[in-house]
Design a protein around this ligand. Structure first.
Ligand code: GLU
Ligand code: ZN
Length: 497
C-alpha cells in the first residue's frame, strides 16, 4: 500500500475543466468557484481547460457559453482560452497528438494493452460475474495476450480498445475533504483509455493534462471519486515514464448537491441552469455567495459575504463532505440582501438592462431615467432579483397600467367606486409636493367610508398601478404625477360603472 499525495510546497495550481456539453449548471459553477477561491486564497494559478474530446457531445455554442458564464460570474482564470499560457493549447481537441503520443508510450512500457473483447463477450462475462456475486468490472482477459493471439484477432478483423493495467494492490489517498480513502484492486478494474477508433477517452486525457499542466490540487465533484484511484495509478505510470512533474496531485471531492425530494440535483432541474439565474437577474456575487455555502461556510453566524471575504477565508480543508441541500428560497434571500447592500448608483446601473428592450414592456420613448431614479431607492429595498424591477415601475412608463385581473378582483369591491370618487377629489386638492399629504388625502377619504388606510388605498393602487402589490404608493403617485394619477382613477371609475 502506498500513499499517493505529495505536492510539498509547490505553488498551488488548480484547474476548472468542464466539457462543453449543454448549458452551464450550478454544480459546475460551484466547482469553478471553489477552485477559483482556492487559487486566489493561496496566490496560486487557476487553469481553465476545455475537455472537448467527445465530438459527438461537445459544441462550440456550449464552449462560448462557458467562457461567457465565467466572465459574467467574475471568475477569472490565469491560463486557458483566450489567455493562453505555458501549457497551451487549453482545448483538448487541439491536443490530440499529445494523447496519441502518451498512449503509445503507455503501450510500449506495458502500462496499457490492447483489448480485443467484443461488446457481447464483455456483457456475457459481466453478467456471469454478477450472478456469481463477483465484481463486474473488466476481468483482465486480454492482460496477457501473446503476439500470436493478437495476430489471430487481427486476422479475424477484430478491432481493439486500449486498456490501462491497474496495479494489483490497494490505492490509498487522503482526500482533502473526506480524509483517507482506500480502493481495493478488485473494485478498480483495467479501464479503457482509447476507443477502438483510436480516440482518447476522458480517463486518459484528464490525468495526462493534469500531469502536464502541473496541477497540484484536483478539486471536483464527488461523482468523480471513483475515477480517482484510476487516475492515481495512471499518474504513477506517467511519472515512471518521465511525463509531467512526477508528483500525484492532491484530491478534494466536493459534496453532492441535493435537490427536491432529497435526490441529487440534476442538470435537468430548472433551478440548476445558470441561464435561469442570469435571466431572472441574480447578481453574480449573490449567486456565488449562495453556492459557496454548498459545502463551505465563512463562519457559523454569517451567511452573507463578498467574494473578497470568501477568498480571504477559503481553505479547501474546511469543506464539509456531507451532501449539501440546494435551497432556491435561501439563494433568493441571499441575492436580495446583496441587492440591498449595493451602493445606489450600482443598483441603478444593475437595473439598466431590465429597463430596456427586450425586457421592458413599455415604448422606449416613454421611459424616463430620472423618474426611475426617483423610485430606485424604494425599489432597491424590495427586489429579490433584478428582473422584478420592471413590474415595480412599469406603471410609470406604460400608457395605461397593466390590468391584472386578480388584483382587480381583490381590490375593487362593492363601494370601491364611491371611495375612488372621494379619494380623487381629495387628491385633486392635495399638496403634491408631499407624499405625506397624499397619504392624508387617501386616509381622509377612507374615513368617510369607514375604511382603514390599507383598505382605502387598495383600489387607488390598483387603479393607478394595476396591481395590489408594489412600491410604497404615495411616493409612486408623486413620481407618476397628479394629472396621470387622476386620469387613471377616472378610467377605473369608468370601468367600474
Ligand atoms: N471534464 C470533466 C467533467 O466535466 C472534468 C472532471 C474533473 O474535474 O476531473 O466532468
Ligand atoms: Zn479484452
Amino acid at each position: 500500500m502506498t500513499n499517493a499525495t505529495a505536492t510539498g510546497d509547490a505553488p498551488v495550481r488548480v484547474r476548472f475543466c468542464p466539457s462543453p456539453t449543454g448549458n452551464p449548471h450550478v454544480g459546475m459553477v460551484r466547482t469553478a468557484l471553489f477552485n477559483w477561491a482556492y487559487a486566489r486564497h493561496t496566490g496560486g494559478t487557476l487553469v481553465f481547460r476545455i475537455e472537448d474530446t467527445d465530438a459527438a457531445r461537445d459544441s462550440e455554442e456550449s464552449y462560448e457559453q462557458l467562457l461567457d458564464a465565467m466572465r459574467w460570474l467574475g471568475l477569472d482564470w490565469d491560463e486557458g482560452p483566450e489567455l493562453g499560457g505555458p501549457h497551451a493549447p487549453y482545448r483538448q481537441s487541439q491536443r490530440m497528438e499529445i494523447y496519441a503520443d502518451v498512449a503509445r508510450k503507455l503501450l510500449d512500457g506495458g502500462y496499457a494493452y490492447p483489448c480485443y473483447c467484443t461488446a457481447e463477450e464483455l456483457e456475457e462475462r459481466r453478467e456471469a460475474a454478477r450472478k456469481a456475486g463477483r465484481p463486474s468490472g473488466y476481468d483482465g482477459t486480454c492482460r496477457t495476450l501473446t503476439g500470436e493471439q493478437i495476430a489471430a484477432y487481427e486476422a479475424e478483423g477484430r478491432s481493439h480498445v486500449v486498456r490501462f493495467r491497474m496495479p494489483d494492490e490497494p490505492i490509498t489517498f487522503t482526500d482533502l475533504v473526506r480524509g483517507e480513502i482506500t480502493f481495493q484492486p478488485e473494485n478498480v478494474s483495467d479501464y479503457g483509455i482509447l476507443r477502438a477508433n483510436g480516440a482518447p477517452l476522458y480517463t486518459l486525457v484528464n490525468p495526462v493534462d493534469d500531469a502536464l499542466m502541473e496541477i497540484t490540487h484536483v478539486l471536483r465533484g464527488e461523482d468523480l471519486l471513483s475515477s480517482t484511484p484510476r487516475q492515481i495509478a495512471l499518474y504513477r505510470a506517467l511519472a515512471e515514464l518521465g511525463i509531467g512533474t512526477g508528483r500525484v496531485p492532491e484530491f478534494g471531492h466536493l459534496p453532492y448537491v441535493m435537490g427536491e425530494g432529497n435526490k441529487k440535483l440534476s442538470k435537468r432541474d430548472p433551478q440548476s441552469s445558470l441561464n435561469m439565474y442570469r435571466e431572472q437577474g441574480f447578481l453574480p456575487e449573490g449567486l456565488l455567495n449562495y453556492l459557496s455555502l454548498l459545502g463551505w461556510s465563512l463562519s457559523e453566524d454569517r451567511d452573507i459575504f463578498s467574494m473578497d471575504e470568501m477568498v480571504a477565508a477559503f481553505d479547501i480543508h474546511d469543506v464539509n463532505g456531507n451532501p449539501a441541500r440546494f435551497d432556491l428560497k435561501k439563494c433568493e434571500a441571499i441575492n436580495a440582501t446583496h441587492l440591498r447592500e449595493l451602493p445606489l448608483k450600482d443598483f441603478i446601473a444593475a437595473c439598466e438592462p431590465w429597463l430596456h428592450a427586450p425586457h421592458a414592456p413599455w415604448a422606449p420613448e416613454n421611459f424616463s431615467q430620472a423618474a426611475f431614479e426617483e423610485l430606485a431607492p424604494l425599489a432597491q429595498t424590495r427586489l429579490t432579483v433584478l428582473s422584478d424591477v420592471t413590474a415595480n415601475v412599469d406603471f410609470l412608463f406604460l400608457d395605461e397600467p397593466v390590468r391584472d385581473e386578480k388584483s382587480w378582483q381583490k381590490a375593487m369591491k362593492e363601494g370601491s367606486d364611491a371611495l375612488l370618487r372621494t379619494a380623487r377629489a381629495k387628491l385633486e386638492s392635495a399638496d403634491w409636493s408631499s407624499a405625506e399629504a397624499l397619504k392624508e388625502a387617501v386616509l381622509a377619504a377612507g374615513e368617510e367610508h369607514g375604511l382603514k388606510l390599507g383598505k382605502a388605498q387598495a383600489p387607488v393602487r390598483v387603479a393607478v398601478t394595476g396591481r395590489t402589490v408594489g412600491l410604497p404608493l404615495f411616493e409612486s403617485l408623486q413620481v407618476l404625477g397628479k394629472e396621470p394619477t387622476l386620469r387613471r382613477i377616472d378610467a377605473a371609475l369608468t370601468a367600474l360603472s
